[in-house]
Design a binder for this molecule. Structure first.
Ligand code: NAP
Length: 250
């Protein structure tokens, strides 16, 4: 399949990122699936996309590490061509606890994985997309969380705060590059069925909480992917600094 649209999806090997990769590939994008360590999961997504005739490459890179991010973007330049869309999606969560039980290692690893990574990837994307620097424009979609508004008390205030930083990054960067051909928008998912909740120590968390969701169900990764795609596409051409909450009413 030939294509002139190129997307990098960080954390594209599993969960919301994998569903987003499938959707962008179906829409004709050449897709870079970035992952940190689970190469089996990433390979499976690549296989699924290529079996359907899509173009997809997996690239291992820890997005919280500056040289990894630079390698990720230069590899995409070389293998796929000019970047059109960045989906900042990679993120982690740590086991549920109260703030008084959090140490600096936990807080710092949360922040570099969930915040530094989005800053570094956005920097590399802006350098390539900005018409001020000779680029052709593009879009960035950040995956934040409903936690940025709830604060996640008694579970993970550190995670929720990292997502608050992503909301602020979205607002600030969207204005900084608004007249450079780059739109920056954000989705804030609520409780979505992915493996992330197991990392928080409660694999069945969505089912436990689904009755407090006004729609009485958790979300599917594909439902988040659809909103990400809309924000990345020309259909949302006048939207920048915008947020879509995907929380079933929570
Ligand atoms: P997931 O299933 O746990 O997948 C996370 C992905 O991120 C994996 O592919 C992982 O790579 C990758 N990753 C983590 N740290 C990375 C790093 N430093 N560099 C590169 N890749 C890294 O998570 P998910 O539930 O799909 O979450 C995706 C995004 O949605 C996250 O930002 C999360 O905070 C947000 N979100 C999720 C929910 C939810 O209910 N699931 C709700 C709100 C927001 P490996 O596969 O190599 O480990």
């Amino acid at each position: 399949m030939s294509t002139d649209k190129v997307v990098i999806i960080t954390g594209g090997g599993r969960g919301i990122g994998a569903a987003t990769a499938e959707l962008f590939a179906m829409k004709g994008f050449a897709v870079c699936i970035n992952y940190k360590s689970n190469s089996d999961a990433a390979t499976e997504v690549v296989r699924s996309i290529t079996n359907k005739g899509g173009l997809c490459v997996p690239i291992q890179a820890d997005c919280s590490v500056e040289e990894d991010v630079v390698r990720l973007f230069t590899t995409v330049d070389r293998e796929l061509g000019a970047l059109s869309v960045l989906v900042n999606n990679a993120g982690i969560i740590r086991p549920q606890c109260r703030l008084e039980d959090m140490d600096a290692d936990r807080i710092n690893s949360l922040l570099i994985n969930n915040v530094t990574s989005y800053f570094l990837c956005s920097r590399e994307a802006v350098k390539r997309m900005s018409i001020r620097r000779g680029g052709q424009g593009g879009t960035i979609v950040n995956v934040s969380s409903g936690a940025s508004k709830s604060g996640s008390p008694n579970e993970y205030i550190d995670y929720a705060s990292s997502k608050g930083a992503i909301d602020t990054l979205t607002k600030g960067l969207s204005i900084e590059v608004a007249d450079e051909g780059i739109r920056v928008n954000c989705v804030r998912p609520g409780l979505i069925y992915t493996g992330m909740h197991a990392d928080g120590g409660e694999p069945d968390r969505v089912n436990r909480l689904k009755d407090v969701i006004p729609m009485k169900r958790g979300g599917a990764p594909k439902e988040v992917a659809e909103a990400i795609y809309w924000l990345a596409s020309e259909k949302s051409s006048f939207a920048t600094g915008s947020f879509i909450d995907l929380t079933g009413g929570l």
